[in-house]
Structures are given as C-alpha cells and as structure tokens.
Design a protein around this ligand. Structure first.
Ligand code: IMP
Length: 423
C-alpha cells in the first residue's frame, strides 16, 4: 500500500484537519510526527465541531490506529483532557492510541518560559501559541528534556526535572515552577497515560511490513519549518516532508504526499508575509473565510496566494499532488490576484535572511474572479469557468497536479480531481 502524507504548504491553518479526517477514514494507521498542542485541527464529525490538538485525526474513525510519534511534543495534562473529550463521544482509544515512549514532554516550566518570552521585550517575541513548544524542543536538543518514559519512573523523572530546572535557572526570575511542585502531577499524568505508551517506530515498521495503509498527518505548514521557514518566525519542528523520517524514527519515503494550500493565504503570529493585505480586501477575506485561530482565537492575517513560495515549498517537501482548500471563500471578489514572484528577486528559492525576506515586494498576476456561490459544487467540471482557469493557472505555475478541491467545511465538500479541470 502506498504511504500517504498530508502536509501544510503555507503558515498552517490550510484546512488539513478536514482532509485528514476524510482520508484517515480509509487508513489503517494515522501518525502525527511533529508539533504538539500548538496545532488545532478542526473537524465536524456528524456535524459536531471538535478541535484536535495532540491527537491524530484518525481517532475519529473507530478502525484507525493512531500513533503519536517521537518527533512530537506533548503536554500530558492537555492530552488527558483531549482523550477524555474524544472518549466522551463514544470513541474508545484503548489499543487504538499509542504514544511514543521517546516523545518530548512539555512541563510547567516550559509554559512559564514561553509566556515570559512572549510577554517580555517585544524584540524577542515570535507570536507563539504559548503552549511551551519552543522550550520543550529546545530542552530536547539541549539534552535536558523530559520524555514520556520518564513519566513512568519517579527516579528518572526527578533527575530529568532537576536537570532542566538547574540549566534553565538562569532564564527564570526565581518564580518558575520547581521540581517539587511539578513531580507529583506529572507522575499522576504518567499513570493515566501509561496504557498508551509504546515504541511507536517499531509499531510503524511492523505496519509497513504488513502493507497497512498509513497516513502521516502534518501540523503547521512548510513556511513555519524551523529551518526552511521564515526563521526566526517559525515553530520549532520540521514541518515539511523531510520531517517525517526523523519524526517517526524510520528511514521511509512517502509515495503520495498531498500538499494543502488555501486558495488564498493566511498567517498568525509575527513574521514576514509578502502577499499580506492590510486593506478592505484583507478584511473581507478574513470575514468570508472565518479566519480566527482554532487554538488561540487570534484573528489571522490574510492575503493573496503566493505561488512563488508555493512552488518552492512543494519542491522541498516532495509534494506529489495539491489540495486546494476554501476555494468558495474567493467568490464575489471580482478580480483575483496571485503572487508570481518578488521585485528584483531572481533566484528560485526564498531568502534565508529574515531582513531580506521581510523586504520582498510581491509581483502579481490578475485573474478574473467569479460571483457564484460554489459551496454546493461537488465536481471540478461544475465550477464556473473563471474558477477553473484560476486552478489551471495555479497548477501550471506550481508544476504539481491538483488532486483535491475543497469548497466548504463538510466532509462531502472536498472532492478529488485528476488535475485542474480542463475546458
Ligand atoms: P509555537 O509553535 O507555539 O512556538 O509558535 C510559533 C509560530 O508558529 C507562531 O507564529 C504561531 O502562531 C505559529 N503556529 C504554531 N502552530 C500553528 C498552527 O497550528 N497554525 C498556524 N500557526 C501556528
């Protein structure tokens, strides 16, 4: 069976959750490989909204096995609440959820460090989700992190917490949580989570050997990748296709890599966004698209789609087909613009230097829009002619075929297509 991945191609919030939800219904395994509670995958099973932060979206399908692999970070208290919410809907997770024993654990100290930095000197802010993501990953790479396995053994946990507190002491003002306040609740959380803990890379190796259908569920988007994205205004994990092998602990290659992009573009938090619209059109996009964060409720910055950046991230992420989401939101805009490059920028890639990135001035192509409500369309050929030509332009520029189009939040509002519709 081919392995499939669903990966965001912008700054997150591309509508991956809904696609993962419909595709994971046909999968044996659904695997999260990076990020943690900073993600907010909104899905509407049986019409009722649920936002998943840590749990793979496959938990909503009773025959799908879900792995939280080692590349993730996990806040045990938030995860326990999330498990309770899903189980409260009658979806039992025993034997269906496995948490890597090597997963990096967010401890209360990480939340304090993230909050302090975000509320301190403006020059040091990233605009994070304040879920402790950066400090948790930093501690992993500084080799002072707490891992899931530590939550199951008091001596290991005490040692790990003491190391983190000692090393980070110089970063805190003395009010940060100490070992004694953290250890008991963490051990209790460990007891609750114990039954889900496993060596997920071995489980995955076995599944692939047995030819199971496996889906890798990306969180955030390629432009938030800790190395390839708009650094330092990024998250702290590897969000591109390159993050999958290390994130799951298996040197594998994904055959069907679906890259998800909105038909326009949004971003939350700080950092450059060349095609951002701060005028009435940007406002109209935000209201039409309901662009408010699923995790934090923050209004999202909105703008036209940036095809130049999209082409670049498709190459580095190994994308084999595109999913275009929220096409319906573009109805009624008259003229549509698409970013096709930047003034004076003559390289195929994006600048590594943040000042150079922030200075990029987009070049646009204008394309005719459409006024019809397309939210009830269920096949590509039924889209208005101008919507079809918008998709053809996008596909030809990015050089990756369109495989999925989405025109609304319901499961049936996403349909497959064999490339952009031809006339
Ligand atoms: P962090 O991941 O909480 O450290 O935040 C770092 C940056 O990534 C901030 O700009 C966040 O707004 C952004 N970010 C993190 N997770 C998401 C997501 O799921 N969707 C959109 N942006 C995100």
């Amino acid at each position: 069976m081919p392995t499939t991945a669903i990966l965001g191609l912008q700054w997150g919030d591309e509508g991956k959750g809904k696609l993962v939800d419909s595709i994971s219904a046909r999968q044996d395994f659904c695997v999260r490989f990076q990020g943690g509670g900073n993600a907010g995958h909104t899905v509407y099973p049986e019409g009722k909204k649920i936002v998943l932060h840590h749990l793979p979206t496959g938990v909503l399908h009773k025959d799908c096995i879900n792995l939280m692999a080692q590349g993730m970070v996990m806040d045990p208290f938030k995860l326990i609440d999330e498990i309770a919410e899903v189980e409260g809907r009658g979806l039992k997770l025993d034997e269906r959820l496995f948490i890597s024993d090597r997963i990096a654990v967010t401890i209360p100290l990480h939340l304090t460090l993230d909050m302090d930095r975000e509320s301190g000197n403006e020059a040091n802010r990233v605009g994070t989700t304040k879920r402790g993501i950066g400090p948790t990953y930093a501690d992993r790479y500084d080799r002072i992190g707490v891992r899931m396995a530590d939550l199951l053994d008091e001596t290991s946990l005490r040692e790990a917490l003491q190391r983190a507190v000692n090393v980070r002491a110089c970063q805190t003002d003395g009010n940060a949580p100490g070992v004694d306040s953290m250890i008991k609740p963490l051990l209790e959380a460990g007891k609750k989570l114990k039954r889900y803990v496993a060596d997920t890379s071995l489980l995955l190796a076995e599944a692939i050997k047995e030819d199971k259908r496996v889906l890798f569920e990306g969180a955030q988007g390629a432009l938030l990748d800790v190395v390839q994205g708009t650094y330092p205004f990024v998250t702290s994990s590897h969000t591109t296709g390159a993050g999958i092998p290390a994130g799951v602990g298996l040197a594998l290659k994904v055959e069907d890599a679906i890259g998800v992009t909105k038909a326009y573009c949004t971003r939350v938090g700080e950092g450059p966004f060349p095609t951002e619209l701060t005028d009435d059109t940007g406002h109209k996009l935000r209201e039409a698209g309901g662009e408010y964060g699923a995790t934090t409720g923050r209004p999202r910055r909105c703008g036209w789609i940036d095809l130049f950046a999209l082409r670049y991230v498709c190459r580095i992420s190994g994308i084999t087909r595109l999913a275009i989401t929220k096409l319906d939101v573009l109805s009624g805009f008259g003229e549509l613009k698409v970013g096709v490059g930047y003034e004076g920028h003559n390289q195929p890639g994006l600048p590594a230097d943040i000042r150079a990135f922030s200075a990029l001035k987009p070049k646009y192509e204008s394309l005719p829009g459409w006024n019809d409500d397309i939210s009830k369309v269920r096949k590509a050929a039924d889209l208005p002619a101008t919507a079809r030509s918008y998709l053809r332009y996008l596909e030809e520029f990015v050089e990756v075929p369109i495989g999925i189009i989405s025109v609304g939040p319901e499961r049936e509002a996403s349909f497959e297509t064999n490339g952009a519709p031809r006339d």
